[in-house]
Every structure is written in structure tokens, then in C-alpha cells.
Design a protein. Structure first.
Length: 123
């Protein structure tokens, strides 16, 4: 799937949503941001809603008012990998494996590869 490239402000809001593994209101995002105004955050959230990058996942209370809660619809890795060529992804995977010193990470990768092989063989 191809994704729309985000502007700096849009990236800032998405980064906050990706890093905080919870539903967040515009005010929560403001508190977690580095100086973004609530107006900017609201505008960015409306745009991100329109392109399907975030969704309203609930309603919460924010001091005395009711606020929408937002969650990302796409993961950070999905977004980033959509802009990387297939060959580059392969090079990154090879580099990661060659430089990893953690046996548990390598084991996880082996399990993922075996699972994918079985999935592809079943088609």
C-alpha cells in the first residue's frame, strides 16, 4: 500500500501517537508535544482522519469538556517501509542480522521467516 508523505507537523503528531500506546485526545498530544499549539494539533488530526492515518477510538473527559480520543490506523513501520525500495529493505535486514548480538532477536526472525515460508508454500 502506498501512503501519503507527512509534513513535519503531521509527523510530530503521528510520532506522539505511535510512541504512546494509548488513545489520546488533542490535549494529551499537546501535553506530550514540544510546543505544538492545540489549534495546529486539531488541524493536523482532522487531516490525518481524512487520509485514514488515525481514527476516533473513543470519547474521554478533558477537565470539564468531552474530547475525542485518537489512535493510529497504521504502524510506524508500515509508514516508513512504504517509502523504502524493496532492495533497500533487504539490505537493512541483512545489516541488522549481521550486526545483531542478541540470540533471542535472531530466533524471533527465524520464526518469522519459517512462518512466512509456510504461508507462501500454502498458496
Amino acid at each position: 500500500m502506498s501512503y501519503t508523505q507527512l509534513t513535519k507537523r503531521e509527523s510530530q503528531v503521528m510520532d506522539i501517537l505511535w510512541k504512546h500506546d494509548k488513545k489520546m485526545s488533542a490535549n494529551d498530544i499537546k501535553l506530550a508535544s514540544d510546543g505544538l499549539s492545540i489549534y495546529t494539533i486539531s488541524q493536523v488530526l482532522q487531516y490525518l482522519l481524512s487520509i485514514g492515518y488515525v481514527e476516533v477510538t473513543g470519547i474521554g473527559k478533558n477537565k470539564k469538556s468531552i474530547a475525542r480520543l485518537y489512535s493510529p490506523c497504521i504502524s510506524e513501520s508500515e509508514y516508513v517501509s512504504s517509502f523504502i525500495k524493496k532492495e533497500t529493505c533487504e539490505e537493512i535486514a541483512v545489516h541488522y542480522i549481521q550486526n545483531s548480538n542478541d540470540i533471542s532477536e535472531i530466533t524471533k526472525l527465524e520464526q518469522l521467516i519459517e512462518k512466512k515460508k509456510k504461508e507462501l508454500a500454502g498458496k
